[in-house]
Ligand binder design. Structure first.
Ligand SMILES: *[C@@H]1O[C@H](CO)[C@@H](O)[C@H](O)[C@H]1NC(C)=O
Ligand SMILES: *[C@@H]1O[C@H](CO)[C@@H](O)[C@H](O)[C@H]1NC(C)=O
Ligand SMILES: *[C@@H]1O[C@H](CO)[C@@H](O)[C@H](O)[C@H]1NC(C)=O
Ligand SMILES: *[C@@H]1O[C@H](CO)[C@@H](O)[C@H](O)[C@H]1NC(C)=O
Length: 617
């Protein structure tokens, strides 16, 4: 659920290349498949150019994206070195670890923890204390973490599904599979409903594509082929009996591999858990199953939902295969994913997919790996905002297994009168979106969020890291963090989290409450348009739990293209944000934009990069 944190504006000389705090988990709809699936789909076109076919192993030239930031250690003066020389601090810290009941760190880890605590923890504690703890007593700055004593609401599982979907009229089956693979869910649903294609045929098409592109994209961890054909047959049989379950009936999709599905591995992308089988059905999987959708694959998540490095490799961007997809929802850029701090926003933006990070609590997370109980959210990655709305309608709901889930009273995104809306645009909004919405009768005004809490990023760090450590306490105690795929990521952060006192965790939750009140007071519009990958905003959006739709808005040339040109591109994206519980507003605006533009319909150039830029075979 965490994307790599973004390339920071370099305030702090830390050694993070880019590591986003956004945790996104992805469910991957084949049709909904955006980045990776899109790439997969594109690649699946099966015409085996150059005799490639199945046998041709696609090798990728050395990735140009170097993770170099890691080894740019700040210059240490002789004086500093001397200060560091006596290991008395380390000895003192080692000694005090007995009061944390955590005497298992060796000296080098203790030194790193000490440095990290000084650099990140302590300044953040001080800042948050200034914000909320200068007065003693009272409830004036309540923590955002709520305790509910009621026993009565816990056992409900809701089954709401109420949007009125548009009907795709007169859809005809394209002659080539490639075109089928890029159709929207609504269109594919119509092909199935009118029996122009069977679910089995669709499943074949998407599985072939996944297998063709996966050697390059590394987006799939496990194919769920047997299950897929079984579910496809059920969908086809039901239809033969005249029962049609709705637009997801018979539609192939993928799930981020933090989501449990019985009988198949749920690896969390991690070497430690790569053989783990969880015999439970995640709530979102149950919902998709009952809507007739067909699970074809468990998609890549970065190890323990962080960034794009997993135990089998590193997921690539179909628009530019020399680049990685970023974000923990690396594989699902065409599916259902999750975000704690950027895991939906970053990969969707990088891969040019339309995605929704819903209001916190909208989708129950039962049987999904947890990073942070107050930050994790599940949402769809699709080819369009319409498709995201369809998937959201299917997966939303409460479940006893997730006490934070609630019945969010969303309006129907297909019945929003956008001409009654006032929408703000930030300095960094994509102006094409602003112009298009304006031409559709939306009132657009310049806008700024006004808040005084400056410790947004560190509140996110404290919250996410402490919560994650609580869930992976034993993993750290047993030293499994030494096997972690990217040593500069979770291992360092979670060791540093050992030194966050409970009282400062709570102060962070109180400061977060203040931030939320300020955002609420300054949210004077119905929605706003703005950059969706800015790290501060990713932190803010996740701490507040506000929904955002990630909207592709175009493509630009890559930096340093090969001589003679290339078809590789960098995607451009913007975000449409709405207040919590108003996901339908953001979706309606994104749909309006996509109804007259085609940026979300572009296909990645994965089979043909241009005459002078080939994937070496
Ligand atoms: C501490 O443990 C790490 C990981 O096992 C190892 O790489 C490092 O060398 C150890 N440091 C010391 C001082 O033993
Ligand atoms: C911003 O918020 C502060 C504190 O909440 C308030 O005093 C100030 O007037 C606000 N500024 C604007 C431009 O709304
Ligand atoms: C949050 O943690 C990340 C990862 O360790 C680090 O790069 C970043 O600088 C931290 N930010 C703050 C404000 O503490
Ligand atoms: C959004 O913000 C990020 C981080 O500041 C920046 O790298 C990116 O170019 C911005 N995107 C757009 C579309 O302005």
């Amino acid at each position: 659920m965490l994307p790599p944190r973004p390339p920071r504006p370099t305030p702090l000389p830390s050694s993070r290349p880019f590591h986003f705090l956004v945790v996104v988990s992805v469910l991957c709809f084949a049709a909904i498949l955006t980045p990776a699936p899109a790439a997969v789909a594109a690649a699946a076109s099966g015409d085996a150019d150059g005799g490639g076919g199945e046998g041709g192993v696609i090798r990728i030239r050395t990735a140009a994206v170097a993770r170099s930031a890691m080894d740019t250690k700040p210059f240490i003066s002789a004086k500093d070195a001397l200060k560091k020389e006596p290991i008395s601090d380390v000895i003192a810290l080692k000694d005090s670890m007995k009061y944390f009941d955590a005497e298992f760190f060796n000296d080098s880890k203790l030194r790193e923890m000490e440095d990290g605590a000084k650099e990140f923890n302590v300044p953040a504690f001080r800042e948050n204390r200034k914000l909320v703890a200068t007065e003693n007593g009272g409830l004036h700055n309540p923590s955002v973490l709520l305790f509910k004593s009621s026993w009565s609401s816990g056992s409900m599982t809701s089954e709401t599904r109420s949007f009125e979907y548009p009907r795709a009229s007169s859809v005809h089956r394209p002659t080539n599979d490639e075109d089928i693979a890029f159709m929207s869910v609504i269109e594919l649903g119509e092909l199935i409903r009118t029996k122009q294609i069977t679910s089995r045929e669709l499943t074949d098409i998407f599985l072939r594509r996944l297998k063709r592109y996966n050697p390059v994209l590394e987006a799939v961890i496990t194919y769920t082929e047997d299950l897929a054909y079984k579910q496809a047959k059920e969908a086809d049989d039901l239809l033969a009996q005249g029962k049609y379950l709705g637009p997801l009936h018979g539609i192939p999709y993928g799930l981020k591999d933090i989501i449990a599905v019985p009988h198949y591995k749920t690896t969390w992308g991690s070497r430690t858990f790569k053989n783990q089988v969880l015999d439970s059905e995640a709530y979102v999987y149950r919902r998709l199953k009952s809507a007739g959708a067909v699970l074809v694959a468990k998609l890549v998540t970065g190890s323990l939902a962080y960034d794009d490095i997993w135990f089998g490799g590193r997921t690539r961007n179909p628009w530019n295969i020399e680049e990685f997809s970023t974000g923990s929802s690396a594989g699902p850029a065409a599916s259902t994913s999750a975000e704690t701090a950027g895991s939906i926003a970053y990969p969707a933006a990088r891969c040019g997919v339309t995605a929704l990070r819903p209001t916190f609590g909208t989708v129950a997370r039962t049987d999904v790996m947890s990073i942070s109980e107050s930050l994790d959210k599940l949402g769809p990655f699709c080819r369009s905002a319409v498709d995201c709305a369809v998937v959201l309608d299917t997966i939303r709901g409460t479940d006893a297994g997730d006490p934070s889930s609630r019945e969010v009273a969303l309006g129907d995104p297909f019945h929003v009168d956008i001409t009654k809306l006032t929408v703000g645009y930030l300095d960094d909004a994509e102006m094409e979106v602003v112009d298009v919405l304006s031409s559709k009768g939306v009132k657009l005004v310049p806008f700024k969020l006004n808040y005084t809490v400056e410790s947004v990023q560190s509140i996110l760090n404290i919250t996410m890291d402490t919560d994650m450590l609580a869930h992976f306490d034993n993993w750290q105690r047993e030293g499994h963090d030494d096997d972690y795929e990217a040593q500069d990521q979770w291992p360092v952060e979670l060791r540093r989290a050992r030194l966050i006192p409970a009282v400062d965790y709570i102060q962070a939750q109180r400061a977060r409450g203040k931030l939320i009140r300020e955002i609420k007071d300054s949210f004077t519009v119905d929605a706003f348009v703005g950059n969706v990958t800015d790290w501060e905003r990713v932190c803010l959006g996740n701490l507040v739990g506000m929904p955002v739709v990630v909207v592709p808005t175009g493509l630009k040339s890559i930096e340093n293209p090969p001589k003679g040109g290339t078809k590789r591109r960098t995607t451009v994206t913007t975000g449409i944000y709405a207040p919590p519980d108003h996901d339908h507003i953001a979706l309606a605006l994104a749909m309006a934009y996509q109804s007259v533009t085609d940026h979300n319909k572009q296909r990645p150039p994965i089979d043909d990069l241009g005459p002078n830029d080939v994937i070496q075979r």
